[in-house]
Design a protein around this ligand. Structure first.
Ligand SMILES: [Zn+2]
Length: 296
């Protein structure tokens, strides 16, 4: 199984979006009100070359995001996109020899504009997202939350993920995306209430395609939530669950906007070394094959 990191341009947000500052509404307004921009960050989409067909995780940004609704304070004051059409997911996959009909499944971690921006390139795929996340995009409330469903292709009709009561590590529910059981969705609420992440099982290791669970591996390890998550406790709990997951087996943790995600994937750099000694001691290492059976 091979995973490709597809960088769909760059995005610029405020530092207070990456590392939330303060609490409550104050924290949630800082990405708009703060003047301190972070550095330009990548936006990754991922393509898993699986024997059952290619699975694309998030579709990345698209050139249409260079023009954003001017009435919305977030779009006007808090984010900039830098992407050309040839940097979109479709053209990049084509260069890798992966055409639209090769992509069996597209799964969206959430429906923010830099994750669903490239949907137009996948007209032949089964498209999966969390049902609650899809519902959240609707109406004026969806528009205020920064979703742009009007930019979706007309044919877009995502299938809600069928969550099963099958635990995966600390996560109570999961959903298998392959018959082989080696590509698994887990709920990682926080950044949005129904945000999800994708786990790719690869031998003893697991690769977490984390979406915006955190913007960086460092903020996940520090337990620092972002400036977007509506519920601090939910977001913090998910980061703790991810750390527990990382302690259970070698984990390559790949957030969408982490500048080091592609390199970590290439080097198969696991999080384990960065975990605190207490957390390491709390688990068996190296993991035996019986610690956590794959979810079936
Ligand atoms: Zn997002």
């Amino acid at each position: 199984m091979r995973i490709h990191a597809i960088q769909t341009g760059r995005v610029l947000v405020k530092q207070a979006q990456i590392s939330g500052r303060g609490h409550g509404l104050w924290r949630q307004f800082q990405p708009v009100l703060s003047q301190q921009w972070a550095v330009w960050s990548p936006t990754f989409a991922w393509a898993i070359e699986h024997p059952e067909g290619v699975i694309v995780v998030d579709t990345g940004a698209a050139a249409h995001l260079k023009s954003l609704p001017r009435w919305h304070p977030y779009f006007q004051l808090a984010v900039r996109f830098d992407i050309e059409p040839e940097q979109e997911a479709g053209p990049q996959l084509k260069k890798l020899g992966i055409g639209p009909r090769d992509v069996r499944t597209v799964v969206l971690t959430h429906l923010h504009v830099d994750h669903d921006g490239g949907l137009a390139h996948f007209p032949h795929s089964r498209i999966l997202a969390d049902g609650g996340e899809i519902a959240r995009t609707a109406g004026i409330k969806g528009a205020l939350l920064g979703y742009l469903p009007k930019r979706w292709p007309q044919w877009f009709d995502p299938q809600p993920i069928a969550w099963q009561p099958a635990p995966y590590g600390p996560f109570a529910r999961s959903a298998l995306l392959t018959d082989a059981g080696d590509v698994i969705a887990i709920p990682t609420p926080g950044h949005t209430p129904k945000h999800l992440s994708i786990i790719v099982r690869d031998g003893d290791a697991q690769i977490v395609l984390a979406g915006d669970t955190s913007y960086l591996d460092s903020t996940m390890l520090a337990g620092t939530i972002d400036g977007i998550s509506p519920d601090e406790n939910v977001a913090r709990r998910t980061l703790a669950d991810i750390r527990a997951l990382c302690a259970q087996r070698p984990t390559i943790y790949l957030p969408t906007h982490d500048p080091n995600s592609a390199e970590r994937l290439r080097q198969r750099h696991t999080v384990f070394a960065a975990l605190s000694p207490q957390m390491r001691n709390a688990t068996t290492w190296p993991p035996s094959a019986t610690i956590m059976a794959p979810v079936m």
